[in-house]
Design a protein around this ligand. Structure first.
Ligand code: ADP
Ligand code: MG
Length: 901
């Protein structure tokens, strides 16, 4: 290299340079040889030509000689001719050497620009790469219920080119890219990559197409390196860690992002890296997979001219390296326009109106529109082209008689399209293609591995956001403190758990907190990743793995939030022995809310929508949770006053609150010794003291009315109730069945039947009184036993520390005056709901039931309710997995779209 460098610098000794490290840019004509150095040049040139180390430029005077220093990967060049050339905006001095930097361009008025990529590719390009031909055969696309789309369009383009698409905004450029990259399926026609249909042979062309949408695909909280790294992990399931980091390093170097590798990406408002760097990083995510065809939507929009130049140089480099690069370019600068190998112009309505050489496009449109100097494409003095002229000509408006421009276009898109079909389309030729595709490293990992990659990526991005993390972790215990502090009711200056009248409110608020936190933790999760998700579905990455990784995170966060909430809250209110129970219930409720949040997040397309929706989701949970308004007091259309109404059963708050309240009442360390006896006592004494006396008075009344012939509808209803209740009593008591039960009807209910009925009821009452007495005695026994065992003081303390009176009042319905509600067919017990065992066999029950019966099995309310919460979560999970919320929203959107039309 030292020898080469010497020979290069000490002018005139270029023949001593190793031809493998040298490249000559020269005029194609043989005459230029004179200016080189005789026979040596001939030989050298031939040698270099063999290695494709000669680049030709029309009308270049003299040569540009490029030396490649392999060890550092540096290119150095000098120019020995008389043309006025510039490099990086400054004129080149003859025979002075310059370092040819990445993205550099040597320009001159007379010559086509010489790009870094063109030079470097001669040294790096692997000869004999597989050529790629992308063809479209009469593709046509139309958005549903719209005139917009792509009109019939055919083309055939081979790799190694940079194709630019121009057109006014809204003409269909992005649509065309999405049709070509396979996201939108054309209505007619087909798209082929080396004769493989991109839709029919989707598996075969996997990994060949790369697509960089206009929006960012970056994960804001991660660094530049991490963004590339996790992308690589997801794209190369079969490479080891070492290879992956090699690939990432290479992308960092190639894209000039090495210096900012550890910077957080941030978002365009909260900037850490520049717009051009963001764009290059976005492109890098796709380039890393080495797709053979790269589609890029508006790579330069919104970038400074310097950034645009860098991005365009990068794209050109990819083209030179043998890829087919197709990009939407809005208002390219003259220099960038000159980089294009081909230009496509699309007009409003999706009409293709030009395909071909970019410079000739100017001539074409000038000629068709009858402008002066149609043959002149560039400025005579500076050599600049004004690509915006093309759009101006296409969009030119008619002038009205008073000399003002009208809104009407001189040439409508259809007419331009007609010209295109007549003048350009027929000249198109089909490029031959072999039915082989270049090998591709792209291989997505299995769903389990994806799950881990997603999880780690998500975790890292979460913990890098300190503010979010801090608030998430501190919020729950602070809320618990606030709730606990304000609901700490002091009884005569002293706090006693038993006397705290606010316990039910605290429990309900705890449920509300769990739902709120659960919802807010997850509501933004999916929506934030919307663009990234779109890309990941483009890459066929697993939605299942992604969703589970999100769930893993929000569940973990909810678990931590809820345990910290319960610990602080229970400590303040001196709730004993319930930590795990409360946590389990509140965690389950929070997980349900997590699911709900994810479902909303997956369905809607803006964060604002979500926050507007949160009240819609939470208000019913508050209202229909059974606490704020009692279920029996709801509107008549929803409640039958027997069981919790169905709308209530749909509320997570109902299940969670009931589980907490019942378990706190029935499962605490004091009550659990007595619960069974008290339940027996409650049941029997209700029947003996309330139900049966009420039935007996009905017997008397009905018998008299029927006897005197004054039987009414009311009497008939009483008889139905009587019959049902006696049936219920005989079943639940297990005693001798009542033999006249079928005779309890208006025709036969007199004399013997009525007498027998009254007798049977007396018999039943005796039976239940007996049971009630025994149960009470047994409970007293247990009490005495305990007293003996632990002392009466300790027993008293146990009671004061565990049995809350306010909660007992609520669960025993002590403030209710009517212990019986008469429905059309039954007498419904309203006393002691927490002791009443429900009859429904599908799990329906009144509020505060101690157990639920499902399929002839009794399940404790705690476990039944937790299962109900998880069942609801599971249903939501499946819905999200199948994207049902999204589809429902899309359905309604299409509906409103329809009415707008
Ligand atoms: P651009 O050339 O600016 O990239 P697009 O390809 O995004 O334009 O859009 C082309 C036309 O199609 C526009 O007029 C746009 O309003 C319309 N369009 C885009 N998406 C849809 C859609 N989903 N349904 C109906 N019309 C659409
Ligand atoms: Mg667009």
């Amino acid at each position: 290299e030292v020898k080469d460098a010497k020979a290069f610098i000490l002018g005139g000794k270029h023949r001593q340079i190793d031809p493998g490290n040298m490249l000559v840019i020269t005029r194609p004509k043989e005459t230029s040889i004179d200016e080189l150095e005789g026979a040596w040049v001939e030989m050298h040139k031939r040698k270099m030509q063999d290695q494709e180390r000669v680049v030709e430029r029309e009308s270049l005077n003299g040569e540009i000689i490029v030396l490649f220093l392999r060890s550092t990967g540096t290119f150095v060049f000098l120019y020995n001719g008389n043309n006025k050339l510039t490099f990086e905006g400054r004129p080149l001095t003859r025979n002075k050497f310059y370092i040819f930097k990445q993205g550099g361009i040597i320009r001159g008025n007379e010559i086509a620009p010489i790009y870094y990529s063109e030079v470097s590719s001669r040294f790096f390009q692997k000869p004999g790469g597989i050529k790629i031909v992308l063809s479209a055969v009469n593709i046509e696309y139309r958005y549903p219920l719209s005139q917009n789309g792509i009109r019939p369009f055919s083309f055939s383009e081979e790799s190694g080119q940079l194709i630019g698409i121009m057109g006014v905004s809204g003409s269909g450029k992005s649509t065309l890219l999405n049709v070509l990259n396979g996201k939108l399926k054309p209505r007619k026609g087909k798209i082929l990559i080396n004769s493989n249909d991109i839709h029919r042979d989707a598996a075969k062309i996997e990994g060949q197409i790369g697509f960089v949408p206009q929006d960012d695909l970056l994960i804001e909280e991660l660094s530049v390196y991490q963004n590339l790294y996790y992308n690589a992990k997801l794209c190369f399931g079969n490479l080891n860690e070492e290879r992956i980091s090699e690939i990432v390093e290479k992308v960092l170097r190639d894209l000039g992002l090495d210096e900012i590798r550890d910077l957080k990406v941030g978002n365009p408002l909260n900037k850490f890296i520049s717009g051009g760097q963001r764009k290059r990083l976005n492109i890098g995510l796709e380039l890393m997979r080495e797709p053979s065809i790269l589609f890029i939507d508006e790579p330069t929009s919104g970038l400074s001219s310097l950034d645009s130049d860098m991005v365009m140089a990068l794209l050109k480099e990819q083209a030179v390296k043998g890829k087919l690069v197709i990009a939407n370019i809005h208002q390219p600068s003259s220099d960038n326009f000159k980089l294009l190998d081909k230009l496509w112009v699309i007009d409003k309505g999706g009409y293709p109106i030009y395909t071909g050489n970019p410079l000739e496009a100017v001539v074409y449109f000038k000629t068709l529109s009858g402008q002066v100097n149609p043959g002149q494409t560039e400025c005579l003095c500076c050599g600049n082209i004004a690509p915006e002229h093309i759009l101006k000509i296409i969009e030119a408006k008619e002038v009205n008689p008073s000399g003002y421009h009208t809104q009407k276009r001189k040439v409508r898109p259809e007419e331009w399209y007609q010209h295109y079909k007549e003048k350009i389309a027929p000249g198109r030729s089909e490029k031959p293609a072999r039915n082989v595709l270049p090998p591709n490293m792209f291989s997505i990992p299995g769903i389990e591995k994806q799950f881990w990659i997603f999880s780690v990526r998500n975790f890292l991005s979460k913990i890098s956001n300190r503010q979010y993390l801090f608030i998430s972790l501190v919020e729950a215990p602070v809320l618990a403190f606030i709730l606990g502090y304000f609901t700490k009711y002091l009884h005569e200056g002293e706090y006693l758990f038993a006397e705290n009248v606010n316990l039910p409110s605290f429990l309900f608020m705890a449920v509300v907190v769990s739902l709120f936190l659960g919802l807010t933790v997850s509501a933004e999760e999916i929506i934030k990743d919307r663009k990234i998700l779109e890309r990941e579905s483009f890459l066929n990455l697993s939605w299942f793995s992604y969703l589970n990784s999100k769930l893993g995170w929000v569940f973990l966060l909810s678990a931590i939030q809820m345990i910290s909430f319960v610990i602080v809250g229970n400590l303040i209110l001196e709730i004993r022995g319930m930590t795990l129970t409360y946590w389990l219930v509140l965690f389950s409720a929070a997980c349900f809310a997590n699911m709900l949040g994810l479902a909303i997040s997956s369905a809607f397309n803006s964060v604002v929508t979500i926050y507007i929706l949160v009240p819609f989701v939470l208000v019913p949970q508050l209202l229909l949770g059974g606490v704020v308004v009692k279920f029996d007091d709801l509107h008549d259309s929803v409640t039958d006053k027997v069981y919790v109404p169905l709308v209530g059963d749909l509320m997570a708050s109902r299940w969670a609150f009931e589980a907490l309240a019942v378990q706190q009442f029935a499962g605490n360390r004091f009550q659990k010794h007595f619960f069974d006896h008290e339940q027996l006592n409650s049941d029997a004494s209700f029947k003996a003291s309330f139900l049966i006396p009420r039935l007996m008075s009905k017997v008397e009344l009905a018998e008299r009315n029927i006897r005197i012939g004054a039987g009414t509808v009311e009497t008939e209803r009483d008889l139905v109730i009587l019959r049902n209740e006696i049936d219920y009593l005989q079943r639940s008591s297990g005693l001798m069945p009542f033999e006249y039960i079928d005779n309890i009807n208006p025709e036969e209910f007199h004399g013997l039947v009525a007498e027998e009925t009254a007798g049977y009821l007396i018999y039943m009452r005796l039976h239940y009184s007996q049971i009630a007495r025994e149960a009470a005695a047994e409970r007293d026994m247990v009490y005495l036993h305990l007293e003996e065992e632990m002392g009466s003081h300790a027993l008293h303390n146990l009671r004061q520390g565990h049995h809350n009176k306010a909660l007992a009042d609520l669960l025993l319905n002590r403030y209710e005056v009517n212990f019986i509600y008469r429905s059309d067919t039954r007498l419904v017990q309203k006393k002691d709901p927490v002791y009443l065992i429900p009859e429904s066999n599908i799990g329906r029950a009144h509020f505060y039931a101690p157990v639920k019966k499902f399929n002839y099995v009794y399940v404790d309310t705690l476990w039944f309710n937790i299962s109900a919460l998880w069942l609801m979560s599971l249903i939501l999970y499946l819905a999200i997995l199948l994207n049902i919320p999204g589809r429902v929203v899309a359905f309604f959107e299409s509906f409103s779209f329809l009415t707008e039309k």
